[in-house]
Design a protein around this ligand. Structure first.
Ligand SMILES: C[S@@+](CC[C@H](N)C(=O)[O-])C[C@H]1O[C@@H](n2cnc3c(N)ncnc32)[C@H](O)[C@@H]1O
Length: 155
């Protein structure tokens, strides 16, 4: 199983980068004992200004064959953290790769959204994509703590 976070844009050194690195590091350490691999971040950047359509091509190339496709999208469903953890565990048990996709300023192309197995909303408000990376990294770590039975997550 591979877990890839495919994100449009380049995250520069700064507070978001520090938080993403910290949560993904914690996820790697907690997930190891659970059979969850470290998440790999793949950044895509269309320098020609081709917008969503061009970004979708670059994203599509980065999606592992047969991977479950999860788009982060404010129009999506809002799983609870335990539900998200359950989905991750299910893909792990099927030995299925997972691609978690974060769009750019214009969002994710409709054709790519239509291909997704799951669209996750972090609320109906639109967040900056760099903050969405942080929130997703935290939810991956939280999912691993839920699956490991650690008290980090409380209801
Ligand atoms: C600045 S937003 C783009 C918003 C754009 N209006 C759209 O139609 O998607 C950049 C990316 O951040 C993510 N994002 C922003 N807000 C989100 C939310 N509330 N839930 C899930 N993902 C979100 C999505 O992946 C989105 O493509």
């Amino acid at each position: 199983m591979r877990i890839v976070v495919i994100a449009v844009g380049r995250l520069r050194a700064g507070p978001e980068q520090v938080l993403v690195d910290d949560y993904l590091d914690r996820f790697a350490k907690t997930g190891r004992a659970l059979g969850l691999p470290a998440a790999q971040v793949i950044e895509v950047d269309d320098r020609k200004g081709g917008g969503m359509a061009a970004e979708a091509v670059l994203i599509g190339r980065a999606i592992p064959d047969g991977a479950a496709i999860v788009v982060l999208d404010e129009r999506g469903t809002q799983p609870t953290s335990p539900e998200f953890a359950g989905r991750l565990a299910g893909w792990r048990d099927q030995a299925r790769d997972v691609a978690l996709i974060i769009g750019g300023a214009d969002g994710i192309a409709p054709e790519l959204r239509a291909r997704a197995d799951l669209a996750i909303s972090l609320g109906r408000m639109v967040w900056p994509h760099m903050l969405v990376r942080v929130m997703l990294a935290e939810q991956l770590y939280r999912a691993a703590t839920i699956l490991s039975g650690s008290p980090y997550h409380r209801e």
